[in-house]
Design a protein around this ligand. Structure first.
Ligand SMILES: *[C@@H]1O[C@H](CO)[C@@H](O)[C@H](O)[C@H]1NC(C)=O
Ligand SMILES: *[C@@H]1O[C@H](CO)[C@@H](O)[C@H](O)[C@H]1NC(C)=O
Ligand SMILES: *[C@@H]1O[C@H](CO)[C@@H](O)[C@H](O)[C@H]1NC(C)=O
Length: 243
């Protein structure tokens, strides 16, 4: 028969194992929550970045120098702009959504830039989202890291393959499938909320390769929406109706 002391020791041992397993599973070591600070990450960390909506010219200082929205010289806060902050898990494919029922990108200049970091600031090129004529709802954003530090953010386009031949879509600049803004709510019936598929590439701070980008490359357009059951009805079924 085990003594009380032995049972206690066993209990402590089991609790330690359980909490270790729990920590290993969900460990986040990144304490940086601001998109305007620098950090380095490892697989399983969460990472904060943001997307700013404004007119293209707001993202340039003195009409020529493309700066991060974190850079005070841009003075985005005094421009007509909106910022959304996200904190996805590193190396997990995520689908971010921006509900446009109470926020219309075309009212805020119609372009967006993804960004993070201060001294090591990275920002994407401005991407067209919407104006009075066209609305683009589907994007893929690649976050590229080197030794855990964000190097680059870029919008990955796959041409207009997924909408060619579909009269509900218009192919803009041979790169974006756009809906007519008049078919978007509230004028039309389509929920034109934005869906941004995230993918990670490069290496984390332990030189582990970030692979989610390779998985996204192999996913078919809109397939990710099917993984998010709460979005399936609001985003895919309407596309199914259109297709
Ligand atoms: C803005 O650009 C103009 C022309 O390129 C240049 O002469 C001027 O010095 C720049 N101003 C600042 C504040 O950098
Ligand atoms: C956006 O919000 C509206 C109102 O709350 C809701 O009806 C709609 O389903 C939402 N769309 C998405 C894509 O979540
Ligand atoms: C909307 O954007 C498209 C594509 O950039 C452009 O061709 C069109 O002229 C714009 N329409 C308006 C009303 O700004």
């Amino acid at each position: 028969m085990a003594s009380i002391a032995e049972l206690k020791a066993l209990l402590v041992f089991l609790v330690t194992i359980a909490s270790t397993l729990f920590l290993v599973k969900s460990a986040n070591t990144n304490k940086v929550y601001s998109p305007c600070l620098d950090t380095t990450v490892q697989v399983s960390d969460a990472f904060t970045f943001a997307i700013a909506f404004s007119a293209t010219k707001s993202f340039y200082f003195n009409s020529s120098l493309e700066l991060s929205p974190c850079d005070r010289r841009l003075d985005l806060t005094s421009q007509n702009s909106q910022i959304s902050v996200f904190r996805p898990k590193v190396d997990e494919i995520s689908l971010l959504t921006i509900n446009t029922s109470s926020f219309s990108p075309s009212n805020y200049g119609g372009y967006m830039v993804a960004f993070a970091g201060r001294k090591y600031a990275a920002r994407s090129r401005p991407a067209f989202v919407a104006n009075g004529t066209y609305t683009v709802t589907s994007f893929t954003l690649v976050l590229e890291f080197k030794k855990g530090r964000l190097q680059n953010l870029y919008w990955k386009r796959d041409g207009c393959a997924k909408c060619s031949g579909n009269s509900n879509f218009v192919c803009l600049n041979n790169q974006d499938c756009a809906l007519r803004t008049t078919s978007c709510k509230p004028q039309g019936s389509v929920d034109c909320s934005l869906g941004i598929q995230l993918a990670f590439s490069g290496t984390d701070k332990h030189f582990s390769a970030l692979n989610s980008w390779y998985e996204v490359q192999n996913l078919r357009q809109y397939s990710l929406y099917g993984l998010y059951s709460n979005l399936r009805d609001s985003l895919t079924s309407q596309y199914n109706k259109i297709f």
